[in-house]
Design a protein around this ligand. Structure first.
Ligand SMILES: C[S@@+](CC[C@H](N)C(=O)[O-])C[C@H]1O[C@@H](n2cnc3c(N)ncnc32)[C@H](O)[C@@H]1O
Length: 257
């Protein structure tokens, strides 16, 4: 398994590639969402927050499960896409450092592919502030991407490696380092539980390319660099369907009641 998200960069890069992000990135596995919902004893009348919601990849699967879904996202372009794709959610500008909600106002906070960018004592206290006593916090990450089938070849691999290396500080090592656990351990949240799931993702060349361009270390590069990369990849990669296995991990914990 190859760690794709290993090569990602500062979170403010995502807005540059919001459309690619929406086109290329996979949704979150239903069975893992359902498991977390059960474990956190969340019911359909719950109010939940998707924090760092991006284009709403998780938000769209919270909407059918809960009475009220709020999505907080700092990037205007990502949030614009979310408003278009998931109009049923209440999209708010804001950040984990300053969540634009009242104290004790939500039953659970979800954060998908985002918490590693902002995990701190400050943001964990802010998450605890908006949660009702006993409320849940759920975190999702895609942690492993298998090799594509059919393989794309060495030239594509090394072109991508070079492009990723030009980008900013990496994302997945932050996830795997477990450093994000520390502010949770110092907080009034309880034990952290975890579960993983694996699934296959199928992409044609354009959606695969969109995924690559949405990786933040590429999204943060200039339009010229991104266009040159896309052109070269279209030359190298045959336009057929590709399959990967992706491993996703979910963590969940509850605030002391
Ligand atoms: C990789 S995207 C994940 C988007 C979405 N949750 C998903 O499931 O695909 C990371 C998101 O975190 C947001 N983000 C970065 N820093 C943040 C902060 N301090 N507070 C809240 N969101 C933040 C970014 O703007 C970006 O939309």
């Amino acid at each position: 398994m190859r760690a794709l998200a290993e090569r990602s960069a500062p979170p403010d890069a995502f807005g540059n590639a919001a459309r690619e992000y929406e086109l290329g990135r996979p949704r979150w596995p239903h069975e893992l969402i359902d498991l977390v919902v059960r474990e956190l004893e969340l019911t359909v009348d719950a109010t939940v927050l998707d924090l760092g919601a991006g284009t709403g990849k998780l938000t769209r699967d919270l909407v059918p499960r809960f009475a009220q879904v709020i999505a907080v996202e700092p990037d205007d372009v990502m949030r614009e896409v979310l408003e278009e794709v998931v109009p049923e959610a209440e999209a708010l500008a804001g950040s984990a450092e300053a969540i634009p909600l009242d104290a004790d106002s939500v039953d659970a906070v979800f954060s998908a592919e985002a918490f590693h960018w902002f995990a701190s004592d400050e943001t964990v206290a802010e998450i605890a502030r908006v949660l009702r006593p006993g409320g849940g916090f759920a975190i999702f990450w895609n942690i492993e991407f298998g090799e594509p089938e059919p393989p794309m070849g060495e030239a594509v691999e090394s072109l991508l490696d070079e492009a990723f290396a030009r980008g900013g500080s990496p994302g997945l090592p932050r996830v795997l380092s477990g450093a994000w656990r520390e502010p949770l351990e110092r907080s009034s949240f309880g034990l952290l539980h975890e579960a993983t799931s694996e699934r296959e993702v199928v992409r044609d060349r354009e959606r695969w390319l969109a995924t690559m361009l949405s990786v933040s270390s590429i999204a943060s590069q200039s339009d010229e660099e991104r266009l040159a990369l896309a052109t070269r990849l279209r030359e190298l990669v045959p336009d057929v369907e590709y399959r990967w296995r992706i491993r996703t991990i979910a963590y969940w914990t509850r605030l002391d009641a």
